[in-house]
Design a protein around this ligand. Structure first.
Ligand SMILES: [Zn+2]
Length: 74
């Protein structure tokens, strides 16, 4: 659906997943630039997450991030 807002992110514990990052909706979230506080679907905990891309993550991390999307988890 909102594919263009999908972003690969990494939590403080090192888990990687994909989440929807909508700039216009960010007023409702705790936001610190490219970091924010949200639920991690991999470790099932709340953590500070940051956006990752090829400049600050390995291709392996990006591949794993693409396999887990928080919207797909009930
Ligand atoms: Zn995590």
């Amino acid at each position: 659906m909102l594919k263009k807002y999908d972003r690969s992110v990494r939590c403080k514990e090192g888990h990687v997943f994909t989440t929807i990052w909508v700039p216009l909706a960010s007023l409702k979230a705790v936001r610190l630039g490219f970091k924010r506080y949200q639920h991690c679907p991999v470790g099932h905990h709340w953590s500070m997450i940051e956006q990752i891309d090829s400049s600050n993550a390995t291709t392996d991390e990006l591949a794993r991030a693409s396999e887990v999307h928080d919207v797909g988890i009930p």
